[in-house]
Design a protein around this ligand. Structure first.
Ligand code: ADP
Ligand code: MG
Length: 694
């Protein structure tokens, strides 16, 4: 059953082998492997086979499916129908339509790129990610560029970064005499967290509808302190949702595997088995889309926001990342021979150096208004980037660096390329959940990503910076007379220069923040604080040198990211103002009138009757109401004044320092009012209602 279902909606290798003439099939294979363009004749054959297959599956339309800078996917549907001349129609799909499309690009963010270059954009087929059918539409994964070739999307730089790391990793492997490897790809397996809440309750909260998170809400008496949700029993409604989600994922060839409840109430996780990075990115976008659609069918809403509820764990997305050769070797798996170990240590060193030198880029790659609520908030990794490699591996690196003996029984000096790494038990490597970047035995787990983020950005950065270091290593090792000696020196030097980035301790600990500062590590707390680092010269250098992004592309991306941040905060602020003015303040005012009326009525009966409850409450409610009223005004002014600022960097800072801070201050007062206002008056469902259904 599952075997039949799996990939049934994907124009994958098996389908191609079945349906394409041998020569065309081979040509497509070459295109996938080397990125060579398919010639027009072959493209026509492939398009036709794709169309026949899709029509048999019930598809009527096709679309170029792409990932603009909005972070969500875009598609424009065209039907296969062509007039046949005799008043009839035929189903057509040409090679040209397969290979290139021209969506109306004007509504997608380009950060000024289109103004400086060309007005239009085009989409180009990414044959390494298979076409698939979604809701009767044949979807062709594509990259989205301007006519002068500037990337307008998240796929183009990702593919370029994969090429970069392939190029540089191959150079390094050659140095080890590794001739049979012809390509290196990066692999990603994401763990996706999300919340499911009842649609009926969701519909009553404007903040959830407009912004994806609650902007107000007092904490319920019970949170996640009992940890009884984690790995707990899954509710039947949720179970039905997960079953359907899995089936729909499988149809699209997504290897959805584990599912379990998460720490917070109503929170869950889905992890697929890892695959090639660009495919993993496409699959994750599809999974998020499916989650939202399928939840609705089950009377629920799937929240992908990083922090839907204050005081309750937010949602992240762990990016498990590794490098794999076409011969099936995982390059981050410590080997059994001195030769494999040396190679492993060189790749490990490159990653350590990359993460240390480009902490800022990694931090930026996960920056968003939503994720600002998580990083450093004692539930997700801190905003400081560091690497966890475990005690054992760190001990080994220390021994190598200091040329001191290692091992508990027979202590020996570790000579790279001569000695085998002492075995370290794998399960001890994954204990520290507070580390932003952890070695987990045969891969790194980048844990700073927020749940709604496209996987593209973080992987573009990872691939690019590691490619850069591998390239530098290859430069210094190529042509040396004594490779073993040079390698040994290089690894020692790298550990010595970059060990400050290694940290095995508790990332939530206050002391770590101080220690990290002492080590000179960056602590970029908010999005507007970190984004400007993107355009620092060393970062422009690495992206341009590795041919992943041009300076113009980087400038445009910077603008899009910062503007995106401002827009999110602006919408949140306006939503708060509207909720406050139209619903909360009037509700509290009515409640205070009831208290006042009660006091008057009671006193009418007898002036001696005790009204202390009503009187004290009325005093308190009225004082808070005044404060809330003032704070709504302050927030409104803050939003108005933003219009005066034209510089995007300054605007981002202003939205953080003024608007966001005013929002937090307003929230405190309203949340306090919620705890003392009678339930019947409160205009929105409470946290208890949202999270526990009560
Ligand atoms: P945990 O919750 O312990 O971190 P999971 O099993 O939930 O682990 O998720 C681990 C993820 O790592 C899975 O998506 C898995 O496919 C992925 N993974 C395993 N090996 C690799 C690899 N070599 N490259 C990339 N991802 C990998
Ligand atoms: Mg994990």
């Amino acid at each position: 059953m599952i075997a039949e279902l799996f990939g049934s909606m994907v124009f994958n290798d098996t389908v191609m082998r079945d349906r394409l003439p041998k020569e065309t099939y081979r040509q497509v294979q070459r295109t996938i492997k080397n990125g060579k363009k398919l010639d027009p004749a072959a493209a026509n054959i492939v398009a036709n086979a794709m169309k026949d297959w899709a029509v048999e599956k019930g598809a009527t339309h096709f679309t170029h499916w792409f990932q603009p800078m909005t972070g969500i996917t875009a598609e424009k549907h065209d039907s296969f129908i062509e007039p046949a001349g005799d008043g009839k129609v035929i189903m057509e799909f040409s090679g040209k339509e397969l290979v290139q499309g021209e969506p109306d690009a004007s509504s997608f963010p380009s950060g000024g790129l289109r103004a400086t270059f060309e007005a239009r954009g085009y989409t180009a087929w990414d044959p390494s990610s298979y076409a698939f059918i979604k809701e009767d539409v044949l979807c062709i994964p594509t990259a989205f560029c301007s006519y002068s070739g500037e990337a307008l999307d998240k796929k183009t730089p990702l593919l370029r970064s994969m090429e970069a790391i392939n190029r540089q990793a191959l150079r390094v492997l050659k140095l080890f005499g590794n001739e049979e490897v012809t390509s290196v790809r990066t692999t990603v397996g994401p763990e996706q967290e999300y919340f499911l809440i009842d649609k009926d309750i969701y519909d009553q909260r404007k903040d959830l509808i407009y912004t994806g998170r609650t902007l107000f809400g007092a904490k319920p008496p019970k949170g996640q302190e009992l940890e009884d949700h984690y790995f707990g029993v899954i509710k039947p409604q949720v179970q039905a949702f997960m079953k359907e989600l899995h089936e729909e994922c499988w149809k699209l060839g997504i290897l959805a595997k584990t599912e379990h409840n998460e720490v917070a109430p109503s929170q869950h996780e889905l992890a697929p088995i890892f695959t090639t990075t660009n495919i993993a990115v496409d699959h994750n976008q599809l999974t998020m889309e499916l989650m939202q659609k399928i939840a609705k069918k089950h009377g629920m809403v799937c929240l992908l926001h990083e922090k839907p509820f204050a005081g309750v764990n937010g949602s992240g997305k762990h990016n498990n990342w590794s490098l794999s050769t076409n011969t099936g070797v995982n390059l981050l798996e410590p080997g059994d021979t001195p030769y494999e170990n040396a190679q492993f240590l060189l790749f490990l060193s490159a990653i350590i150096k990359a993460v240390d030198e480009y902490q800022d880029l990694l931090r930026i790659s996960v920056a968003s208004a939503g994720n600002d609520h998580r990083l450093g908030a004692n539930e997700a990794p801190p905003a400081i980037v560091s690497i966890f490699i475990g005690e054992e591996l760190e001990g080994i690196l220390r021994a190598i660096e200091t040329e001191t003996p290692y091992g508990s029984k027979e202590k020996e000096l570790m000579k790279i390329g001569v000695h085998i790494l002492p075995k370290f038990p794998k399960d001890t490597t994954d204990r520290n959940r507070t580390s932003p970047f952890a070695f987990t035995g045969n891969r790194f787990e980048f844990r700073m990503l927020g749940s709604s983020l496209s996987l593209s950005g973080p992987n573009v950065v990872l691939n690019t910076i590691v490619a850069e270091e591998l390239g530098q290593f290859a430069d210094s090792l190529e042509g040396v007379s004594d490779f073993q000696e040079a390698l040994d020196e290089l690894i020692k030097k790298t550990i010595r220069d970059h060990k400050r980035i290694l940290f095995n301790g508790n990332g939530y600990d206050e002391n770590w923040i101080k220690e990290a500062e002492g080590r000179g590590l960056l602590n970029l707390k908010s999005t507007p604080e970190c984004l400007p680092y993107f355009l620092h010269e060393k970062n422009v250098d690495v992206f341009t040198k590795q041919k992943v992004l041009s300076r113009a592309e980087m400038e445009s991306r910077y603008e899009i990211l910062m503007e995106g941040y401002c827009k999110v905060i602006n919408i949140e602020a306006l939503t708060m103002i509207e909720m406050g003015r139209k619903e909360m303040l009037p509700a509290v005012s009515l409640f205070s009138r009831e208290l006042a009326d009660t006091i008057t009525s009671k006193h009418k009966v007898s002036p001696d009757i005790c009204c202390i409850y009503e009187e004290e409450l009325l005093t308190k409610v009225s004082a808070l109401l005044k404060s809330a009223y003032k704070k709504v005004g302050i927030l409104e002014d803050a939003v108005m004044n933003a219009k005066e600022i034209t510089d995007v960097t300054e605007l981002g800072k202003y939205y953080h320092d003024k608007v966001f801070i005013s929002m937090s201050e307003l929230r405190v007062v309203i949340d306090e009012l919620e705890t003392i206002t009678a339930k019947t008056y409160w205009p929105y469902p409470s946290y208890g209602h949202l999270l526990f259904g009560i």
